[in-house]
Design a protein around this ligand. Structure first.
Ligand code: UTP
Length: 475
């Protein structure tokens, strides 16, 4: 009783008294849920957040302060660059073999654009055997573990909404061949939806309208969950970070890890040439001397399309959310109070209840959702390597239900990459009149991790591939 009086007072002081409007109607269990949600919120900090992100629309003042960043080319042209790549590959392999590297996937997103029921990692996403995304990633980690003769722990970030289903999926599939002790789950934080008047929204009478706090929430989640401590106990120095929805990702890349280590970076990133100047990816820039990713929506069109004398885009490289983070960097960023990164605001229609307790399903935005983005940690790092990569080799995400960046475009790109690997190994691949691959081809990482690996494994003379064939190269 005394407890609820205290909570009521706190809420009223911060203009959020409405959150207990239906408290008396709730069962004991419902009350427990609501009180737990409220206890997780620091309302003084929430006042600050409302002032900074809801009462005003935060913006950038970029004009004149931006420069393009240095990119390490994926295909080195000069002898010095070639030597650095060779040394980096060796360094990455050494760190892997010494058990210094962990894999980290962020899989807490809601996947609203795709509209898939359940965690996105369960989506069947390969062209021949229809493996779920989680298996595609797991097989790469298993292949790298075998190659380097070491366990590579895999940290999987889920959200409150998909944690139970994700863990059950891994159990059901026996961790895809990985040792269950080396697959570790952590749940990301949530953020309440905030009405334009600064008041938090109720989803129903006994709970707030909450959503995951963005992939940038992974930094605090790593600390809060104990995953950072676990990494320290295991002797992990580097975290290989990737998203759940890109089946072409190279989860464990010795070159990238080695460049990060040799250049003593704290957080590194892979980037690729934008498809067109306005492509909906973050732009790599240097802002006041710090490597920074500016979202496509925040990048003024004249800068996004700027082409100096040589005709090439000035800000040509987009961010694809593949990173190496030093564990010590995450430790440093998360050792203070509060979240380490700023929020990004999105105005969204959020289902909720009104002051009479009636459900509301708005068609237009009624609230602000706030998310942290992991790339905002880049300017806080003392060193960053941006490695330029080939889109066809490493990036074809599944974001949308149809069109670009959908399952069908990704299947097409997976087949195209597999065909390119086979051709590099000397195999003749059937193609149609438009030059498109005329077969379905899938190569598991357990068979070959790269084009070079495949070349070393197959004899093209003994290999025939005919039009319309379904070819799977697996374990
Ligand atoms: P996206 O930004 O594509 O978001 O996430 P999403 O939630 O998957 O999809 P939409 O925007 O609702 O359609 C990129 C990666 O970051 C993870 C996602 O799971 C995906 O791997 N993510 C995103 C999180 O882990 N947590 C979040 O809060 C947001």
């Amino acid at each position: 009783m005394a407890e609820i009086t205290g909570i009521r007072k706190t809420l009223e002081k911060h203009g959020q008294g409405h959150l207990l409007r239906f408290y008396d109607e709730l069962s004991d269990r419902q009350r427990g849920v609501l009180l737990e949600q409220l206890a997780a919120i620091d309302f003084a900090r929430m006042d600050d957040i409302v002032a900074r992100y809801v009462r005003q629309v935060p913006g950038w003042n970029l004009q004149g302060r931006l420069e393009p960043p240095a990119i390490v080319p994926g295909k080195p042209a000069t002898p010095a660059a070639q030597a650095e790549h060779k040394a980096a590959r060796a360094k990455g392999a050494e760190l892997l073999a010494a058990g210094k590297v962990a894999a980290f996937v962020v899989a807490g997103g809601e996947g609203t654009r795709l509209g898939y029921e359940g965690p996105k990692g369960c989506l069947e996403a390969t062209p021949v055997t229809h493996k779920p995304l989680f298996r595609v990633l797991a097989e790469q980690i298993l292949a790298a573990s075998r190659r380097y003769g070491v366990a590579i722990p895999w940290y999987v970030m889920t959200s409150q909404g998909n944690d139970v289903a994700t863990r059950a999926f891994f159990r059901q599939h026996r961790y895809f061949g990985l040792d269950a002790d080396d697959v570790l789950f952590l749940v990301q934080g949530t953020m309440p939806a905030i009405g334009f008047d600064g008041k938090l929204l109720l989803a129903d009478k006994g709970s707030l309208a909450l959503s995951p706090d963005g992939h940038g929430g992974c930094l605090s989640a790593l600390r809060r969950s104990g995953a950072l401590d676990d990494m320290a106990r295991r002797g992990i120095d580097l975290i290989s970070y990737f998203q759940v929805d890109n089946p072409l990702v190279h989860c464990i890349d010795p070159l990238f890890l080695g460049l990060h280590a040799l250049r003593e970076a704290e957080m590194s990133a892979k980037g690729l040439p934008k498809r067109d100047p306005m492509e909906r990816v973050g732009n790599f820039c240097v802002l006041d001397g710090k490597v920074t990713v500016i979202e496509y929506s925040d990048m003024p069109a004249d800068l996004a399309t700027a082409t100096p004398e040589d005709g090439r885009l000035r800000f040509a490289f987009g961010s694809i959310a593949i990173h190496v983070l030093s564990r010590s960097f995450v430790d440093r960023l998360t050792s203070g109070e509060g979240p380490p990164l700023p929020y990004h605001r999105a105005d969204k229609p959020v289902p909720c209840i009104d002051e009479h307790g009636k459900p509301v399903k708005p068609d237009t935005p009624n609230a602000v959702k706030l998310e942290m983005f992991v790339f905002d940690a880049l300017p806080l790092a003392t060193g960053t390597v941006i490695l330029g990569i080939d889109r066809r080799e490493e990036f074809s995400p599944i974001k949308n239900a149809a069109g670009p960046d959908s399952l069908s475009s990704s299947l097409h790109d997976q087949v195209r990459r597999a065909a390119a690997w086979l051709e590099q190994a000397g195999v003749s691949v059937p193609r149609d009149a438009d030059g498109q691959v005329a077969a379905a081809i899938e190569i598991s990482a357990l068979f070959a991790e790269s084009a070079e690996d495949l070349k070393a494994k197959i004899d093209p003379a003994k290999f025939t591939l005919v039009g319309g064939q379904n070819l799977y190269l697996g374990d």
